[in-house]
Design a protein around this ligand. Structure first.
Ligand code: FES
Ligand code: FES
Length: 137
């Protein structure tokens, strides 16, 4: 059987960026995947004036693909505004990793859902809930 993971997936799996938890986060999300039952938590620290994500951390209770995708998503989201970070898709994260096996798509979806849940939590706490929430990932 051919080894299914790119070098970049392995590198992020072995050295995930921004792992951990923020104390008193401005937003936090906990999501579970219906496909595999795994979970991911995402924590955000947001500058209230600029809406820029200044810090982000994650905890994954998922597989290698989920850890690698969550890691890359934190890199993509850091320094972006809340609105920009909402547009990060699992497809973009997967592309950044050089691809994932198709059976692992739900693992990257889970990571993006964790980020979006944290953003939603931030918006709800700060009275910023927008009219048009994206309904798909
Ligand atoms: Fe344990 Fe895949 S769920 S190895
Ligand atoms: Fe559950 Fe990948 S198999 S997150």
């Amino acid at each position: 059987m051919k080894f299914p993971y790119t070098e970049k997936v392995l590198e992020h799996f072995k050295n995930p960026r921004n792992v951990g938890k923020l104390e008193n986060p401005d937003g936090k999300g906990l999501e579970g995947s219906p496909a595999c039952g795994d979970m991911v938590a995402v924590y955000l620290q947001v500058n209230p004036d600029t809406q820029i994500i200044e810090d982000i951390k994650f905890e994954s209770y998922g597989c290698a693909s989920n850890i690698a995708t969550a890691s890359i998503i934190t890199e993509l989201a850091k320094g972006k505004t809340i609105e920009e970070a909402k547009k990060i898709s699992w497809q973009e994260a997967t592309e950044e990793l050089g691809g994932l096996p198709p059976v692992k798509a739900h693992c990257s979806v889970l990571a993006v859902e964790g980020l979006r849940a944290a953003i939603r939590d931030y918006e709800e706490k700060h009275g910023l809930v927008s009219e048009q929430e994206p309904t798909t990932v």
